[in-house]
Ligand binder design. Structure first.
Ligand code: ZN
Length: 239
């Protein structure tokens, strides 16, 4: 019989009346999330994308939601220029909309959604923890982000990644903001053992690997640029 570390403070599943839907944009690979609490007629949108407005309106209607939180995990996914018209469109349909801004927790259902600062990928990254589920944006992708973004604060990213992976219960489901190597949802238990970046043995090893990756990418870009110049490709630097 194998012994395993007990999960604290315990994992609680989605309660009755709470519904979760995932929206996927095949063109960009972006994943966004819709949560509805039918007893309070309230929704919560995580990284909503303006092209998904018709689907989001249909979901709000289906679950009879009259108000909604609008949350972003980080600035790559909003709230860019499209966010305000998107929110106006919701208001135009009679939905009361609130941005989560700097809140530390959001009332939802009989519980609250915790807003966890998880900087590193960008300075303003946040993750949203609801019971046994963490919506963590691009946090887990480290130097391998499907959006091509490189961490702006590698030291902070190490702290954020380790906190998420090693302080949450093993059963926590981790929902990312992109499809990554064909996967959308991960389990904290798996990532604690085999995450390619955060399961490295030390912060120094992590930072050294990030540095190596940064140099290799810069070299690859320079190689592409000079190859383009040699071939006279459109847009290539020339003399
Ligand atoms: Zn990103």
């Amino acid at each position: 019989m194998s012994l395993r570390r007990p999960s604290l403070p315990g994992t609680r599943l989605l309660e009755a009346g709470i519904h979760l839907r995932m929206l996927h944009d095949d063109r960009t690979g972006i994943l966004s999330y819709f949560l509805a609490d039918t007893p309070s007629a309230r929704a919560l949108l995580i990284d909503p994308q303006p092209p998904d407005l018709p689907v989001i309106l249909a979901l709000l209607e289906e679950f009879r939601c009259r108000s909604s939180w609008v949350c972003y995990t980080h600035s790559h996914l909003g709230p860019g220029p499209g966010a305000e018209p998107f929110m106006q469109s919701l208001r135009g349909r009679g939905i009361r909309v609130r941005r989560s801004a700097n809140a530390k927790s959001l009332a939802f259902g009989t519980d609250a959604i915790q807003v966890l600062p998880t900087p590193g990928h960008t300075v303003d990254c946040r993750s949203y923890l609801y019971r046994d589920r963490l919506f963590c944006g691009d946090l887990l992708y480290a130097g391998d982000c499907p959006a091509g973004a490189f961490p702006v604060e590698p030291g902070a990213l190490w702290n954020s990644g380790r906190k998420v992976l090693f302080e949450l219960p093993e059963e926590t489901l981790l929902y990312g903001a992109h499809l990554h190597h064909g996967r959308a949802v991960r389990l904290a238990f798996e990532e604690q053992r085999a995450h390619p970046w955060f399961s490295l043995h030390s912060r120094d090893a992590f930072l050294a690997r990030i540095d190596r990756e940064r140099v290799e990418r810069a070299a690859a870009r320079a190689g592409l640029t000079s190859a383009g110049a040699m071939s006279g490709a459109p847009g290539a630097a020339s003399i």
